[in-house]
Write a protein that binds this ligand. Structure first.
Ligand SMILES: Cc1ncc(C[n+]2csc(CCOP(=O)(O)OP(=O)(O)O)c2C)c(N)n1
Ligand code: SF4
Ligand SMILES: [Mg+2]
Length: 443
């Protein structure tokens, strides 16, 4: 069977691209798309990791896997993804701001020569936040934070990664007719590869400095920053080397998937989402994990995404769970079929979602929580008192999940009881909590 040619890696439903008219980011993304079309990579095997900034808005326009995180940290996420699975093509989109904030990550990724491919959207300023100076702002140039002209020496990103061990570094501009083939070459490099692309921020940097193509070329010359290949060499790639070393040392690969035998049947005909919301310290995340394991025992595919504020020990704790009879391509829950809200901070966090729920969704609310405005069916269950019977506050979530499994008729509760045995240290208390949920529904 011949595989049909992929004509675009853009998600056409999400276009057009959101950048200001003339912004260099648009040109780079168009050329990246063309390079991907040339390469015909399987979108499932590509991960596009974006940094923060206008450039960081790029990921959602592509049909590949994507990952978006904190400013300056894209290189660490990308390194982690590549280390876990060296077969993935991991691409990073990072601004000059991200290269400054994540400077030491840049050094370490180059030093390791990890096979991630980095496209630097270098517009010499923080576009998204109003055009402040960055580590690449050339001397004398004006930004919101250097109104009289930049006094610092700009970072030479290419030579920095080159001297620290990168396999490949090239400097170019969005005016380069060969941009597409340079992106292609960057992606096709085995080790750490970086393409520093100089471009225009047409809202801030370009008007403030009358930056044009000509002016950009003059700046390159004045700084003695050459364009073209800065380094290109063949060296061992880090993620493969790590896996090989681990196998030699222990005779086992680094990642060993845990097998879950299918012991029970389930009653789910299509993918559905559940949101479990509570407060910090109420073990929402670990209860959700046990629940997902139970789903696996029942032959379902499951995924869990967890969210909590930076404060960790205070505020909300919310798990998004997907249950599906078929493979889960995207782990997010846009519109949950079920919501379980147990504690006030969790409820507050997910109230906007509850307000938008359709009538076919169900909300399970702890008896102590206030009424909610929603078109969904609402069930009041005294989860927390039942959990108290199990003596451990943090087990309320498991109690609630046990009651929910029965109420929704998802699968045999025995699957959840089995899953409590996976963490030996708390197996007994967790089993008690599940059994409290059983009584809750019967009583
Ligand atoms: C740690 C951290 N510091 C500051 C910010 C605020 N912030 C958001 S976008 C941005 C600038 C992004 O500039 P750049 O990386 O060059 O991307 P551009 O917008 O130019 O594409 C900053 C400083 C942040 N999100 N995180
Ligand atoms: S502010 Fe600058 S970097 Fe951001 S989209 Fe507009 S032109 Fe592009
Ligand atoms: Mg920038």
């Amino acid at each position: 069977m011949t595989v049909p040619k992929i004509e675009t890696y853009f998600d056409e439903d999400r276009l057009p691209l959101p950048f200001c008219p003339g912004c260099g980011h648009t040109i780079i993304l168009q050329k990246l798309n063309e390079a991907l079309v040339d390469l015909q990579l399987d979108p499932h095997k590509v991960v596009l990791v974006t940094d923060i900034g206008c450039s960081g808005l790029s990921d959602k326009f592509f049909t590949t896997n994507t990952f978006h995180g904190l400013h300056g940290r894209s290189l660490t996420y990308a390194s982690g993804i590549k280390l876990q699975n060296p077969k993935l093509e991991v691409l990073v989109i990072i601004g000059d701001g991200g290269c400054g904030i994540g400077g030491q990550h840049l050094l370490n990724a180059a030093r390791r020569n990890i096979g991630i491919k980095v496209l630097v959207f270098n517009n010499f300023n923080y576009g998204m936040t109003g055009g402040e100076h960055s580590v690449t702002t050339p001397p004398g140039m004006r930004t919101a934070t250097t109104p009289a002209g930049q006094l610092e020496q700009p970072l030479d990103i290419c030579r920095t990664v080159a001297v620290n061990g990168a396999s490949y570094a090239r400097r170019t501009t969005t005016f380069d007719k060969e941009l597409r083939s340079h992106i292609l070459e960057t992606i096709s490099t085995e080790g750490f590869a970086l393409l520093d692309i100089w471009e225009l921020c047409t809202s801030y940097f370009a008007p403030r400095n009358r930056l044009s193509r000509k002016q950009m070329e003059k700046t390159l010359e004045e700084l003695s920053f050459p364009t073209g290949v800065i380094v290109q060499r063949s060296k061992p790639e880090f993620s493969r080397a790590v896996h090989q070393a681990a196998e030699q040392q222990k005779g086992i690969p680094l990642s060993r998937p845990v097998e879950f035998p299918v012991l029970y049947e389930h009653n789910l005909s299509k993918r559905k989402g559940l949101i479990l919301a509570g407060d910090a310290g109420t073990k929402i995340g670990s209860a959700a994990r046990i629940f997902c394991s139970a789903g696996l025992y029942a032959g379902l595919h499951t995924s869990q995404r967890h969210d909590y504020p930076v404060t960790v020990q205070s505020g909300f704790s919310v798990s998004e769970i997907v249950l599906s009879p078929s493979a889960i391509e995207h782990p997010g829950v846009d519109q949950p079929a079920w919501v379980i809200a147990l504690f006030p901070a969790g409820l507050k966090k997910i109230l906007p979602i509850i307000h938008e729920l359709p009538p076919e969704s169900t909300v399970y609310l702890d008896a102590s929580l206030p009424d909610v405005e929603t078109s969904a069916s609402v069930f009041r269950l005294d989860f927390t008192s039942a959990g108290r019977a199990a003596k451990r506050r943090e087990n309320h979530a498991l109690t609630a999940l046990a009651a929910f499994i029965q109420h929704a008729g998802l699968f045999d509760l025995q699957a959840l009881e089995d899953a409590t045995g996976l963490r030996k240290a708390f197996a007994e208390q967790n089993l008690e909590a599940v059994q409290a949920g059983k009584t809750l529904l019967q009583g």
